[in-house]
Design a protein around this ligand. Structure first.
Ligand SMILES: C[S@@+](CC[C@H](N)C(=O)[O-])C[C@H]1O[C@@H](n2cnc3c(N)ncnc32)[C@H](O)[C@@H]1O
Length: 190
């Protein structure tokens, strides 16, 4: 699944989010990229002069990020780690100007339920004036994504189609998503 991560996220504007981080932090430059996925934010942040410490608990995604960031080895470290263990990393204490949790990760179950623990971890890792930057899904984004299937070509030349369906339950203030991937090869469906 990790190898399809970038294909399914082609529609995202990582550069724009990195620009926003630069706007928030015009001078400083030590960024902790929590749940970094395949490292696309880290690339854009490195291009804008940030030093990045990126972590994700998925070994496959960390490998993908390390490959993608090989040219930025002086600026970016990518490590396999559960973000809820980061409080044990004494050497990282008070090091960061910003901690990022992007890609709507805060809304991924059960991340939000553990927000208090997360803030506790971050309070020791951020500098006193450090900031926590996260994004959250809003209806318009998902409406846009869910209207039409997303089509892409895999590196092997086969065609992939991703359908995202969204069911809103306004009463329960709940949104359920279902993801369906179809990968096609010449002459048939895989
Ligand atoms: C929705 S993806 C976002 C990835 C990336 N930030 C982006 O915007 O492309 C969520 C990521 O969080 C990672 N993740 C979830 N829980 C985690 C945890 N407790 N510690 C570290 N990584 C975690 C997953 O492996 C996945 O890569």
């Amino acid at each position: 699944m990790a190898s399809f991560y970038d294909l399914d996220h082609q529609w995202r504007d990582y550069a724009k989010q990195a620009d926003l981080v630069r706007e928030i932090l015009p001078e400083s430059g030590e960024v902790l990229d929590l749940c970094c996925g395949s490292g696309s934010h880290a690339v854009q942040l490195a291009l804008r002069g940030f030093n990045v410490f990126a972590v994700d608990r998925s070994a496959d995604l960390v490998l993908q990020a390390q490959k993608k960031l090989a040219d930025f080895s002086a600026q970016v470290t990518v490590q396999e780690e559960d973000i809820f263990n980061l409080h044990e990393w004494i050497h990282l204490h008070s090091r960061f100007d910003a901690a990022l949790l992007l890609g709507w990760t805060l809304s991924v179950d059960p991340m939000f339920e553990r927000l208090e623990k997360l803030l506790d971890v971050l309070s020791s890792l951020l500098k006193p004036e450090g900031v926590f930057i996260f994004d959250a899904p809003i209806g318009t984004n998902f409406n846009r994504v869910s209207q039409e299937p997303l089509e892409y070509e895999t590196p092997q030349g086969s065609r992939g189609v991703l359908n995202i369906e969204m069911k809103k339950d306004a009463k329960k203030k709940k949104v359920d998503f279902s993801y369906r991937w179809n990968i096609f090869q010449e002459g048939g469906k895989l």
